[in-house]
Each structure stands twice: as structure tokens, then as C-alpha cells.
Write a protein that binds this ligand. Structure first.
Ligand SMILES: C[S@@+](CC[C@H](N)C(=O)[O-])C[C@H]1O[C@@H](n2cnc3c(N)ncnc32)[C@H](O)[C@@H]1O
Length: 405
């Protein structure tokens, strides 16, 4: 009896598109019809696929056996993990006396983390709860009981599974049903423990990072893959926390309000660029962290009220908001990240602020130099984004910030 690709996809719990991708990437050899070049699912091809899947699973289990995760180990739209050297070089070569850095659109927190590990004081801020808990985990100065946290993470991995809010809402959609049950049970377990604020943040961060590893998505929660491609079991790990000696202040505020009451030597700015609201894109993580268990709507299962995470930077108000932000900053230097992947326009992925607007607004505060990341530094060999350019604008601030208004 012959077997076809769809049956194999079902057997290995992946989509047939995934099998095609594996073939196209040369992951295993196949027999082809000499005329049509179509793949023939003969004994050899099926065995080669089997061998590849086995090896791949072994690799996954080795990765998941690592017991710790680092702050940069998550997928996040616009994360600057691969641009840290560039940021570091621009700051090191062109500034003086930078001892306190404010990362006011913090996202994953990797930029603030780089400065924190250099023993600089940091201020970090973001409007999302699922980001703020990671700041509490990695940067809070509050104590936590290491043994207790490690024990609870071990227990989270061993909870008996049953149907729950997460499996009902996201099972077989954003997560496999098994993983969704585990996420729901772990979240309820966290809620029932006697924990101080930091301990709770650590357990929630462990949950958020683990969810990211098994989410059936391309890295955000605007949509899930039609076919459940991610069946590896979820594993909760402990965070690898750097014991810094410098000070860290954590905020969860609209950045435009925050700059009115903080000062730093350098303020780093990495706003959203387009109309994708981060609160929408990461709604699943927000919902799990907040644990209010609201009703969810639409194919992407979003809660109705997402107003608390709405950002002006993803609307036509962005240029005005950016101008207001820049004019109220009290700092020696302002450093702004920007890339040219989106052009200003009305579409969803179009930029909300143009290059010219950024330059004009920044120039009101002092001399601006624009640095461009060399293309080779950003590409990974496979990337074919030939026009992609990453910029950093550095302002040497010369004028006073506007008085609070
Ligand atoms: C481009 S991402 C930052 C990425 C970050 N630099 C990193 O490396 O992970 C922009 C971030 O700004 C946050 N954000 C959007 N509007 C905001 C506002 N008004 N105030 C503070 N944070 C905001 C979003 O939640 C998102 O995490």
C-alpha cells in the first residue's frame, strides 16, 4: 500500500507544508519522478523522513532539557537582540559620562539588560503586563526565595492535567490541547501559592517564556497556524538572573507621561512602527498573566476590552506623540532606533512616522547624527531583505526639556 504526504503529515503531527519545507531545505533525501520532479513517497523517502523526524525530536528534547532561560530567549516583534553590538558601539564611541540609561519602550528588556550588565543604572518601562513581569524577574531589587521558586517550577511541570479555561479557549488553536491544559493548571497553581511580588513575577515569566516555545504561531498571537505544528511538550524553566550591583527602576506607564518625571544620561527609544498594537499581538500572554478569564471573541480569540494597552504610536497620532515625547525628555543624549522596512502610508504594516519627521523632531533638541547598521551585520545568511536598513539616531541634547505640562 502506498502512503502519501498528507498521511505522513498526520502521522508526525505536522502540516504537509512543513514536510515540503523540510524537503526544500534539503533536510533528507527524496526519490523524484525524473520527468515531473515530483517527490515519490517510496520506501527510501519514507525511511529518510522517519530518520529526520527522530533526529529532530532528539534535538528538541536536548534543548528543552536545558534548565534555565535568559532574558533574550523569546520571540518578540521588533526585539533588538541582534542589534545590541551596534547599539553598544554607537553609545561607546559617541557619548561621555553615560551612567544611567532609560529604556522607555522596553519590550523584552534586552537593551536595558545590556547596560545593566555593564553596571549602569537603568530605568525600564513598557505598557504590557507580560513585559513588566519579566522586568520584575530580571531587574527587581526585591528578594526572593530561590529554593522555593525552583521547587514550585518543578511542581508546575508535574501537575495532573485536566480541562480548564486555557484548554477550552486556546487548545488545538494557539497550543496543543495537552500544552494548553498544562498552561491553565500551572497558571491556577501560581495563583494559589503564598508568594511575594517578585516570586510571583518569576513564576509568571517562566510560564510566558515556556508558552512562547510551544505556541503554534509564527511568533505572535495575531493568528495561529491552521494545522497544529507544535506538539513538543511545554517545559517550565527557571530564569538565569544576573546579580547586578547597579540600580534598576521599573515602570509600567505611557512613555510620554514617564519622561515628564524621570531623568537619565541617555534615553533609548524604540517605539512601535506601524498600526499593529502590541497589546493585540500579545493578547494571549496578557490574558494568561492577568488571569481574569474574560470571554474571548473572533478567530484569534481576543478579549473585547484591550483599551489599556492601546498605543498612540500605532495610530495616526504617532508623529504628534513622538514630538511631545522628545520635547519632554531630560537627558544628555537621546538614542532612537528606526528601520526602513515600512514606508509611511495608510496600510497596516506602513510606518506611522517618516524618516524626515523623526529627523525634524529630534533636531529641535540638538545636533543629530544618524548611524546605519552595516547590512551584513543584520542578515543571517538566509535572509534576502536586501533593502533592509537599521538606523540609530543619536541626539546630543542642547536645549532644555519643556517644563512639565
Ligand atoms: C519595538 S517594541 C520594543 C522592543 C524592544 N526594544 C526590544 O528589544 O525588545 C515597542 C514596545 O513599546 C511598547 N509600547 C507601545 N506604546 C507604548 C507607550 N505609549 N508607552 C510605553 N510603551 C509602549 C510596546 O508594548 C512594545 O513592547
Amino acid at each position: 500500500m502506498t502512503i502519501n504526504k498528507n498521511q505522513l503529515a498526520e502521522k508526525y503531527n505536522v502540516s504537509s507544508r512543513t514536510i515540503t519545507n523540510w524537503i526544500n531545505s534539503g533536510n533528507f533525501s527524496v526519490t523524484r519522478n525524473p520527468t515531473t520532479r515530483r517527490v515519490i513517497w517510496d520506501k527510501n523517502t519514507v525511511e529518510n523522513l522517519e530518520q529526520f523526524v527522530r533526529k529532530n525530536n532528539e534535538k528538541t528534547s536536548v534543548q528543552t532539557n536545558q534548565q534555565e532561560f535568559n532574558i533574550e530567549n523569546r520571540r518578540y516583534l521588533g526585539a533588538k537582540s541582534r542589534m545590541l553590538d551596534f547599539i553598544q558601539q554607537v553609545v561607546q564611541n559617541n557619548t561621555n559620562g553615560v551612567n544611567k540609561v532609560a529604556d522607555i519602550f522596553g519590550g523584552t528588556g534586552v537593551v536595558a539588560n545590556m547596560f545593566y550588565q555593564q553596571n549602569k543604572d537603568i530605568i525600564i518601562n513598557d505598557i504590557l503586563d507580560s513585559n513588566y513581569i519579566a522586568y520584575e524577574t530580571f531587574f527587581s531589587q526585591n528578594n526572593f526565595n530561590t529554593n522555593k521558586v525552583e521547587l514550585l517550577i518543578r511542581q508546575m511541570n508535574e501537575l495532573p492535567l485536566k480541562d480548564n479555561y486555557v484548554s477550552e479557549k486556546y487548545g488545538n488553536k494557539f497550543f496543543s490541547t495537552e500544552n494548553a491544559k498544562k498552561i491553565g493548571e500551572a497558571r491556577e497553581f501560581i495563583e494559589q501559592q503564598q508568594l511575594n511580588e517578585r516570586e510571583k513575577a518569576i513564576l509568571l515569566t517562566s510560564l510566558v517564556y515556556a508558552m512562547d516555545k510551544v505556541a503554534n504561531t509564527v511568533g505572535h498571537y495575531d493568528a495561529y497556524r491552521r494545522i497544529m505544528d507544535t506538539t513538543a511538550p511545554i517545559v517550565f524553566k527557571k530564569p538565569n538572573i544576573f546579580n547586578g550591583t547597579s540600580k534598576a527602576k521599573l515602570y509600567q506607564e505611557d512613555a510620554n507621561q514617564l519622561v515628564r518625571h524621570i531623568t537619565a544620561d541617555l534615553v533609548y527609544i524604540d517605539t512601535p512602527y506601524n498600526s499593529r498594537q502590541y497589546g493585540d499581538v500579545y493578547h494571549v500572554l496578557e490574558n494568561i498573566v492577568d488571569w481574569q478569564k474574560p470571554e474571548l471573541y473572533g478567530v484569534a480569540m481576543k478579549p473585547k476590552d484591550r483599551s489599556k494597552t492601546k498605543s498612540d504610536y500605532s495610530t495616526s497620532k504617532a508623529p504628534l506623540a513622538f514630538d511631545d515625547l522628545i520635547q519632554h525628555i531630560s537627558s544628555k543624549y537621546i538614542l532612537v532606533s528606526y528601520n526602513n522596512m515600512a514606508h509611511k502610508g495608510t496600510g497596516r504594516s506602513n510606518a506611522k512616522i517618516s524618516n524626515d519627521e523623526i529627523m525634524k523632531i529630534l533636531s529641535k533638541r540638538g545636533h543629530v547624527v544618524r548611524y546605519e547598521l552595516p547590512f551584513q551585520a543584520y542578515t543571517t545568511g538566509k535572509t534576502t531583505l536586501t533593502n533592509h536598513k537599521e538606523y540609530l539616531y543619536l541626539v546630543n541634547v542642547e536645549t532644555e526639556a519643556k517644563i512639565n505640562d
